[in-house]
Design a protein around this ligand. Structure first.
Ligand SMILES: [Zn+2]
Ligand SMILES: [Zn+2]
Ligand SMILES: [Zn+2]
Ligand SMILES: [Zn+2]
Length: 667
């Protein structure tokens, strides 16, 4: 939801849109009697006023064109300080000749601070027609005295998009400060300028960019009419531009003022510390003093550094470990190269005004040094070693293999928590990149997020998210919790297997066995599998199998067959039929059995009893077979108690005597 709110010591509020409170805020004490409404939100500050912009849009060209509500989105007046905190995505548009945030130095003498939690918070400021987007207003039609400069504006965090100028088109731009983690993208100029065409003495421009601020200044392309892209004033006298700390500045135009006769004079431009500056059209200003020091790294396109040949004072000093490079740029004013400073990339230097005597070992001079007007000087390269300038021009044009371990750190591309940085080393001899070294990623900035509780299958954890790159990581693991066991079916034990109860987790459905019992060992023999008939020597029985397992048991015993005395009547047994007939014919004892299969069980002594009845041969006759046994042959096979069995199966006959087969005795 879009909102703006302002409060000061007396907790006044201001808002736009359907207004819930008067869009007017004042601190304690008397309001300036000259106070005049110039904005949709009008702040008359005599003490500190704090205003929060949260997803606010102020874009009311019709309301802004009325004298009752003014033309700026926010107009600031009075001697008190104003702090605007940016949250979310905000847009403030100015109309007529007024700025999006307007702070005219004739009525606002306090300081304006724009801040935010981080660079994800965005404020877009738009000027209209000729107006600045933030700063002093332009003159109105035919009323040049309406124009105003601005002063004391600090941006120290957040992303500020300035569509138009930052400062003033027709007046001072003093105390402009961009610092902290601010990112400021300007399409236009950051500048002050003369208020009166005929008098440039009154203009003051002071711009300071420091901290980790990043400032990009692009040209305005208005239907092919291109201008802007500069930091500095287009004219005037008292210009001071300071770029320091880790600031990164990139301009499509110049840094510094004009070189024209009535242009900037005696400006001071200091670039120091670890500042990185790309000024595509140069660092300029007539009679300007340009100091590039510390580890500053300055790149220039096709422009010049310093005031140029028309300067009568000032000059350029490059000192410490500063590096200046680019292509086809020139330094034509007084130039001093000191310490281990480096000039590289085909800079053209006016040799008459050049002093390199204060350079120390490690200084590099890669340039075309112009000693005589009209000449096109040779490209030379020198570096200072053991107190002497050493000419290594022969290493240019690719004639160097950088094998000597003579390199210097040219640029450090900083790492973030998601991207490693890089250190770029150049060869002292030829200036080419000779090697690179990775720079480890910065640590993430973990912010604790949601906590996920453990379950019976997964550990719990807390999600941490990096507030810089958004990467997430799970940490602070906690152990899994116990399953929730629910008792299920119970399996009884058997003769061979143990019993148990099945338990199932009601959460994850894992199962386990519990309450286990031993096998009973008690078989249940119910299934008859074989019956064995008794013989004269063995009992008969039935084999039973366990209904559950393969264990067996023998029971239902049948007594052994009994025989009567061997000296009496034959006592053989015939199996295979209920009845059979015997007869004695011509010395043959015939046993006739009315079946296909039958057996004669006897002992040899039985044959002796048959012989006593007058037979020499025993005939065993079944339906399909007749066998004859010669009694004397049989008696010769052993004592009278020797058992024998004659078996008929259909037409097959088989004789065993005392268990051994003796079919040869079957006739
Ligand atoms: Zn080399
Ligand atoms: Zn990160
Ligand atoms: Zn479970
Ligand atoms: Zn069993």
């Amino acid at each position: 939801m879009a909102s703006t709110s302002a409060s000061d010591d007396t907790s006044n509020d201001a808002s736009n849109g359907p207004r819930k409170a008067p869009a007017r805020s004042s601190g304690e004490g008397e309001r300036s009697s000259e106070g005049e409404r110039r904005g949709i939100i009008q702040i008359f500050a005599n003490t500190l006023v704090k205003l929060k912009l949260k997803n606010a849009t102020i874009d009311q060209p019709n309301a802004a064109d009325t004298t009752t509500r003014g033309k700026a989105a926010i107009d600031i007046q009075g001697g008190g300080n104003v702090e605007i905190k940016v949250e979310g995505n905000n847009t403030l548009n100015g109309y007529g000749n007024s700025a999006g945030i307007q702070k005219n130095d004739d009525v606002s003498t306090g300081k304006l601070t724009i801040t935010a939690q981080d660079t994800d918070q965005k404020l877009t400021l738009k000027g209209y027609d000729n107006g600045a987007a933030i700063g002093g207003r332009n003159h109105s039609y035919n009323h040049y005295e309406d124009a105003a400069g601005t002063k004391d504006i600090e941006i120290n965090n957040g992303t500020i998009v300035v569509d138009g100028d930052f400062g003033s088109k027709e007046g001072n731009a003093a105390g402009i400060k961009i610092t902290g983690n601010a990112v400021v993208d300007v399409t236009g100029d950051i500048r002050g300028s003369y208020k009166n065409y005929n008098d440039d003495s009154e203009c003051t421009t002071e711009i300071e960019i420091s901290g980790n601020a990043q400032v990009n200044v692009k040209k305005i392309d208005n239907n092919g009419y291109i201008w802007g892209g500069n930091i500095g004033q287009s004219s005037g006298k008292n210009e001071k531009i300071t770029i320091s700390d880790n600031a990164k500045v990139n301009t499509e135009g110049c840094i510094g003022g004009s070189n024209e006769d009535n242009g900037s004079k005696n400006g001071v431009i200091n670039i120091s510390d670890n500042a990185t500056v790309k000024a595509h059209e140069g660092i300029t200003g007539r009679n300007s003093t340009v100091n590039i020091s510390g580890n500053a790294n300055v790149t220039v396109g096709e422009g010049q550094i310093g005031g140029g040949s028309q300067s009568t004072s000032g000059g350029v000093t490059i000192s410490n470990n500063a590096q200046v490079n680019g292509e086809f740029y020139g330094i034509e004013c007084n130039l001093t190269l000191k310490d281990q400073a480096k000039i590289e990339g085909e800079c053209t230097i006016n040799g008459n005004k050049f002093n390199k005597d204060q350079a120390s070992d490690g200084a590099v001079l890669d340039a075309r040094i112009n000693l005589e007007d009209g000449n096109i000087p040779d490209h030379t390269r020198q570096f200072k070693e053991n107190g002497e300038w050493k000419d290594v021009s022969n290493r240019l044009d690719g004639n160097c293999n950088h094998t000597e371990d003579k390199t210097y750190l040219s640029e450090t591309i900083p790492s973030t928590c998601s991207t490693p940085g890089e250190k770029i080393y150049r060869c002292f001899y030829c200036g080419s990149v000779a090697k690179t070294e990775p720079v480890a990623c910065l640590p993430h900035t973990w912010v604790k997020g949601e906590t996920v509780a453990p379950t019976c299958t997964q550990k719990g954890y807390t999600v941490y998210e990096c507030s810089v790159c958004g990467q997430t990581e799970n940490k602070d693991y906690t152990d899994v919790i116990a399953h929730t066991w629910v008792k299920g079916e119970t399996v009884e034990p058997t003769c061979v297997a143990g019993g148990y109860t099945v338990y199932e987790c009601s959460v994850c459905h894992a199962t386990k066995r519990g309450d286990e019992t031993e096998p009973t060992g008690v078989h249940t023999y119910t299934e008859p599998v074989k019956t064995v008939a008794p013989t004269y020597t063995e009992r008969g029985y039935t084999v039973y199998k366990c209904q559950t397992c393969d264990a067996t048991e023998q029971r239902d015993w049948v007594p052994m067959l009994e025989r009567e005395s061997t000296n009496s009547a034959p006592n053989y047994t015939v199996t295979g039929a209920e009845t059979y007939e015997t007869s004695v014919v011509d010395g043959r004892y015939i046993i006739a059995v009315p079946s296909e299969d039958a057996a004669l069980n006897a002992v040899l002594g039985d044959l002796r009893a048959i012989k006593a009845q007058g037979a020499d041969v025993v005939v065993f006759r079944t339906r399909s077979r007749e066998s004859s046994l010669v009694i004397d042959e049989m008696l010769a096979m052993g004592p009278d108690a020797t058992p024998f069995v004659l078996t008929h199966n259909g037409s097959e006959a088989r004789l065993t005597i005392n268990g051994a087969v003796h079919n040869e005795l079957i006739h």
